[in-house]
Every structure is written in C-alpha cells, then in structure tokens.
Design a protein around this ligand. Structure first.
Ligand code: AMP
Length: 417
C-alpha cells in the first residue's frame, strides 16, 4: 500500500468546508486593503532561494526540497514566497507599471523539516508583499491585515510581537558588540550555536537549548544599537499600531529566520498551539529587490501558515463552518425512468441549481434518507401518476409542504422566482 509521504496531508472532503471558509476570509481581507493576487510556479531555480533567503539560514542549509531535473538544472520546491514574488516583480517590470505593488498569495510551500504537530513538509501559506514604499504605514498594514484575518477567524489568544532589525550598518555594529560579548562565553554554547558565531551570529537567539538561552539572556540587544532613521521608523510603527487599536509587545530578541529583513519585523503567536506557536511572521526587506538585480525598491510583507492557524481555531473553537446543503434531490420512483431523471437533473443544473440524484440503484426509502443527509432544500418525486401529464410532486423540506408542479416550472419554483 502506497501512502502519502511523511509530513504531507490529504485535505479530505469533510474538512474542505473549513479550508474554504478560511480562504474566503483571507481573500476578502486582502480585497478590503486593495491587494491583488499573484501566483508563481511551485518550483524555481535553486539559486533564487539560496541567494534570497540566505545560505546560512535553516531553510536553505537544511530544509529545501532541491533536486536536479533531467536537464541538470538544480530546482527547488518553493519553501516561501517572498523570493518568488520579488523575482516575478523584477522579471515583469511590475515597478514600471505601478509605483506601488500590493500583492497577496495563498500557496503550498515545501520544507523538509522533522514533522510534528504544526510542522509539515508540505504546508500552506498565505501572505502579502508591498513593493515600492518604505513608509511605516505599510509595515503597520501588514500587521493589521494579518491581525484582521486571525481575528476574523475568531481567534482571541493572540500576541503580536514586534522588533526592528535596523539597517545593515547598524546590524554590523551590533554583531561586533555581540561577538565581543560572546568571546569568553563560547565554551558554554552548544555546538550549533558555536558554529553560528561565524556563520550567522544573530541566529543564536533562536536556540531552544537551555545553556544557549542562559548565555544569551544578558547579551546586548540590537534594539539598543539602532541608527536614527530605523529608530524613528520604529517609533512611527508603534504609534500607528496604538492608534489603530492593535495590541503589541516589543520583543528585542525577535530576529526572524531569514537574512533579508531590515527595520520592522513581527510575529503573531497563539497561546493555544504548543511549541510551534508562531502563526505568522514578516517584516521589511528594503534591499532584497536590489540584491536580486532589480531597481532599488523597498518592500515589506508577511506569511502565515494555514495548518497552524486551523489548529489554533480548533483549540479555541473559534468558528463553525455553515452546514453544506443542496437545492434539489430527485427521488426516482421507477427504475426505468432513471435516464429521464438524469436528463432533468442536467437541465436544472444548467440554471445554477445544485441537484443530486441516485446513481447506485437505491430504494425510494434510501433515496429519501440520502436527500435528508445532503440537507436538500427540495425533494422531487420523479414518476408516478401525474408524470404522464408532465407534472411531478415537489416537496419543500424546510416547511414540509408538497405540491404538484409542471416540469417546465420547476426551475422557477426552486429558485423562488
Ligand atoms: P516563515 O516563512 O518561516 O516565517 O513562516 C511563516 C509561517 O508559516 C509560520 O508562522 C507558520 O505558521 C508557517 N510555517 C512555517 N513552516 C511551517 C511548517 N514546516 N509547517 C507548517 N507551517 C509552517
């Protein structure tokens, strides 16, 4: 028996309602903020992610699904979307068409992580990217859209954490200070953190190992080394969040896993989902477009994981999916009329009415049971005495009334015209 690959999940019909409900809220919030949808290929040249996300990150170093295709090109299943959006932005000169591009996506992503609750190898992210403005308004817009979507799903136990990573220069000064701080403490760190001192020193803050946490507790913080521009920017973000009634906390150790961030970064955490508690993360990346060879264009964005959000929704019992239903079930009273019943179903369906009937030779009683199970608004009894006169019995399942209706009037009756 071949099974689905570890860390991947089938989304079966009984949970599709939940997914559609979430996807509807996502697209409607993005619509209110006037974001347009973008779709990019599932795989890209490996170099795009290696360069964009950063060689020293966990995603690039350990987690990418990378393989050589038959023409010996190294390709990678997308582990995140920002690099792809930026590539498309440059490739199609979107910056020339609109001075500000506000884009959103919903897409599967792939990372070869150790599967556990809330951590999959194929998962689904939605997110947004705004390219063309360095205004803190857009940083706040990202946080605000993410918060609106999560609150729209009924989630309450949410914490928004924000930080600023400053400019590359302020980060350089800071990493120097951090290096000095760690000089005589290196022996206390885990092997992985020791390696990070040279490769990507900020990542040591992400370690979950007790000794590392203890060492980093008193480390200098980047927030205290910000340049004036980043400081002003951060103050502006904070005051806009306050005036938009968005609650937040400052977390100076929030550095995010990716290399490309500058200035504002943020995460939204759920208090209900255990160790994989980040529902969403994002930040500003003012140098990424340039780094990819495009015209210098500031950008900001976020990404959120749908599976993790669904776990939080379940834990908080935060929404109920409306029950599914159909408009009409045709109960066929005589087996020899089945083709005629099918013809009728087809013609009614073409009027945007959802019709179901029996395909497996059920008894009339079993067909009635099925109509109830499907929550049908109307049941039509096809056959019987009046059928030869072109009439059928139509039962309204909501109020229980039944009437004789001419077949040609069925569509009007069912659609309530
Ligand atoms: P990141 O791109 O790593 O900042 O992740 C953004 C969001 O995507 C996270 O907050 C999670 O909700 C989700 N996410 C990231 N990695 C995974 C994964 N392996 N499985 C499920 N969700 C994930």
């Amino acid at each position: 028996m071949i099974k689905a690959i570890k860390g991947t999940k089938d989304i079966l019909p009984d949970s599709i309602g939940k997914w559609k409900y979430v996807e509807n809220i996502i697209s409607s919030v993005f619509k209110y903020y006037n974001y347009s949808e973008i779709r990019t290929p599932i795989f890209e040249e490996t170099l795009l992610f290696a360069r964009g996300i950063g060689e020293a990150t966990d995603i690039v170093g350990k987690e990418m699904y990378t393989f050589e295709d038959r023409s010996k090109t190294s390709v990678t299943l997308k582990p995140e979307m920002t690099a792809s959006v930026v590539r498309a932005f440059i490739e199609h000169s979107l910056g020339k068409k609109h001075s500000l591009n506000k884009l959103y996506y919903i897409s599967p992503m792939f990372r070869q992580e150790r599967p556990q609750a809330g951590r999959l190898r194929e998962f689904h992210q939605f997110g947004a990217e705004a390219l063309g403005s360095s205004s803190p308004l857009l940083d706040v817009e990202m946080i605000s859209m993410a918060y609106d979507i999560l609150s729209g799903l009924g989630l309450k136990d949410l914490t928004i954490k924000i930080n600023s990573l400053g400019t590359p220069e302020s980060r350089k000064n800071y990493t120097q200070k951090l290096r000095e701080y760690l000089k005589d403490k290196k022996h206390l760190l885990s092997g992985e953190s020791k390696e990070r001192i040279d490769k990507n020193i900020l990542r040591i803050f992400d370690s979950k190992i007790d000794n590392d946490i203890e060492v980093m507790k008193d480390a200098p913080l980047l927030l205290d080394f910000l340049d004036n521009e980043s400081k002003d920017n951060f103050e502006h973000v904070k005051s806009l969040l306050t005036s938009s009634n968005i609650p937040f906390e400052i977390d100076a150790s929030l550095l995010r896993g990716l290399d490309y961030y500058t200035k504002t970064t943020f995460e939204i955490i759920s208090g209900k989902v255990g160790s994989q508690d980040a529902l969403c993360g994002g930040g500003r990346y003012d140098l990424l477009v340039e780094q990819f060879g495009g015209e210098p264009t500031p950008g900001t964005g976020f990404a959120a994981g749908i599976e993790r959000i669904l776990i939080a929704c379940e834990k908080e019992n935060s929404f109920v999916v409306p029950e599914s239903s159909i408009n009409l079930y045709i109960v066929c009273l005589e087996k020899m009329l089945i083709s005629k019943a099918y013809e009728l179903a087809q013609s009614i369906r073409r009027n945007n009415i959802c019709v179901e009937m029996d395909y497996i030779g059920r008894s009339v009683k079993a067909q009635m049971r099925e109509a109830n199970k499907l929550n049908s608004e109307f049941v039509l009894f096809f056959g019987g005495e009046e059928y030869s006169e072109g009439k059928v019995q139509l039962k309204n399942m909501k109020n229980g009334t039944q009437e004789l209706v001419k077949i040609e009037n069925l569509v009007n009756k069912i659609s309530g015209d």
